[in-house]
Design a protein around this ligand. Structure first.
Ligand code: BG6
Length: 485
């Protein structure tokens, strides 16, 4: 399979927060990989903008170090790195004051796509938007990219949307949820809408339930102060898990275009039922196996923030009434595993003996690790001895099925940045979508405040999560898929 990289047109990309952690780990290495793949045009200009007093050479040295840390040596030939660094400029800028804006304005060119990436602390989003506007830097071909978290609740998300709308048209605002840039997440749409096989069965009549798991082995690490204000519900469920749920549950859009797709996702969020607290389990990891506990990680012995959440959600619409969606995410779990599992119902009538009966079909969409799709089907166990049924995987691990092409798959950030330059908003969240997601999340979180019965349950670092989360499924006579290494 030949890879089909289509270069994008000339652009200026300004990364506010250009010396920050996200820029160092994801944005700049991602841009380098696009350069390496031949997707970046000669005329691309990447401008780091941050408070640090650096000049362009100082910034290039900073970026070189980031590449050394995050790009394997074999992909860093000296001339290639030099070629990439030549695209870089730097402006020392004050988001709240006048310094640096004049210099930035001089670097920007008139006739190319212009994008501003707000990779800064959320409290600066509106100030930066205002500055970009006041300094006349936002022409019609200008885009802004906003990192998460987009608001802290419905009220703050609404306020931010309103503020951005005073300076920018919605078609210029790219709200990032990097889960939408993951290859398998897009594959979910390809599998659902590119095959005739699944869609007729994709409803409550044939699907028993859906499980969405995003388990991580990492703890909150150095992000304790941010995380302790957010918790798993705001950090993961309101955005990443919600997006996975939407793509699994949405109606087929009339075409694969940004508004058609986002309209359908919005309908799903609006059809989500409020979740009763009896259908939610919060958890907080405890020290185990040499790993510190959550309280130690965030440095607050009294914190009641959750690092794990599991819930049973329901979508009240024609397609899904009666099919629960179980969501679960946590830090410091036994393994890193993100997966959507669609469990079909048992055949209506079995013609085989009771003991021969096969298991229900299951479609698993693995986001990470080991991206791929696995469909479990029932066959006859080979050999003599009568009709015995077993279930076997029709497993498509992308790395095996696609060979070297699988390795060339861009990471979520690279793909999304290129989509910004191309002006394609399909994989970005629209303002109304984010607000609807908060409208569903807010009451769940507010109920936790001050109610001691709803405190997080302890679970061991490195384990499968709280017992109560397992019970949430057992209660319905169902089981979570094992979180395995
Ligand atoms: C981020 C969250 O949005 O996603 C982090 O803030 C989380 O807490 C991360 O670790 C997970 O992303 P990925 O791509 O590693 O699954």
């Amino acid at each position: 399979m030949a890879s089909r990289i289509i270069p994008v047109g000339p652009f200026d990309l300004v990364v506010f927060g250009g010396t920050g952690d996200l820029a160092r780990r994801k944005i700049l290495p991602g841009l380098y990989r696009r350069y390496l793949a031949g997707q970046m045009p000669k005329e691309a200009q990447l401008i780091g903008a941050a408070r640090s007093k650096l000049d362009a050479d100082g910034y290039r040295a900073f970026v070189r170090e980031a590449l050394e840390e995050f790009i394997p040596e074999a992909q860093r030939p000296v001339e290639t790195v030099q070629g990439f660094l030549a695209h870089l400029q730097y402006v020392s800028i004050n988001a709240l004051g006048p310094e640096g804006w004049q210099e930035l304005s001089q670097l920007l060119r008139g006739d190319v796509v212009r994008a501003f990436y707000f990779s800064v602390t959320p409290s600066l989003f509106s100030a930066l938007a205002a500055k970009v506007h006041q300094h006349g830097l936002a022409g019609p071909d200008c885009r802004i990219v906003i990192e998460k978290p987009f608001g802290h609740n419905l009220a703050s998300a609404k306020a931010l949307n309103a503020e951005l709308a005073t300076y920018f048209d919605e078609t210029q605002v790219y709200r990032i949820d990097h889960y939408l840039g993951k290859e398998t997440v897009q594959n979910l749409m390809a599998v659902r809408f590119g095959n005739i096989l699944f869609e007729p069965l994709w409803n409550a009549q044939y699907i028993d339930h859906v499980q969405i798991t995003v388990a991580e082995t990492v703890g909150v690490g150095g992000r304790g102060s941010y995380y302790d204000q957010s918790g798993a519900m705001r950090d993961m469920v309101q955005n990443h898990l919600m997006q996975l749920l939407c793509l699994t549950a949405m109606e087929p859009p009339a075409q694969f275009d940004p508004d058609a797709v986002r309209d359908e996702k919005l309908k799903v969020i609006r059809a989500l039922q409020p979740v009763a607290q009896a259908d939610i389990v919060r958890g907080q990891y405890m020290a185990a196996g040499g790993m510190p506990g959550y309280l130690e990680d965030v440095g607050d012995p009294a914190s009641s923030t959750e690092s794990f959440v599991a819930m049973r959600a329901s979508i009240a619409n024609w397609r899904w009434k009666g099919t629960p969606f179980y969501l679960r995410t946590g830090k410091r779990m036994r393994a890193r595993m993100s997966e959507i599992v669609v469990r079909f119902k048992q055949t209506r009538h079995s013609i085989f003996d009771e003991e021969a009966r096969g298991k229900p079909n299951e479609l698993a969409i693995r986001l990470q690790p080991n991206e791929g799709i696995d469909l479990r089907v029932t066959i006859k166990e080979p050999g003599p001895g009568g009709m015995r049924l077993i279930d076997v995987p029709l497993d498509m691990t992308f790395a095996e099925a696609l060979g070297p092409d699988a390795e060339a798959v861009p990471d979520a950030y690279e793909r999304l940045i290129m989509d910004v330059i191309r002006g394609n908003q399909t994989l970005f969240m629209r303002g109304d979508e984010v607000e609807a997601a908060w409208a569903w999340t807010d009451p769940i979180i507010s109920a936790w405040k001050g109610d001691r019965r709803l405190l997080p349950m302890p679970y061991e670092a490195g384990g499968p999560g709280p017992e109560e989360a397992l019970a949430l499924m057992h209660r319905d006579d169902r089981r979570w898929k094992d979180i395995r290494v």
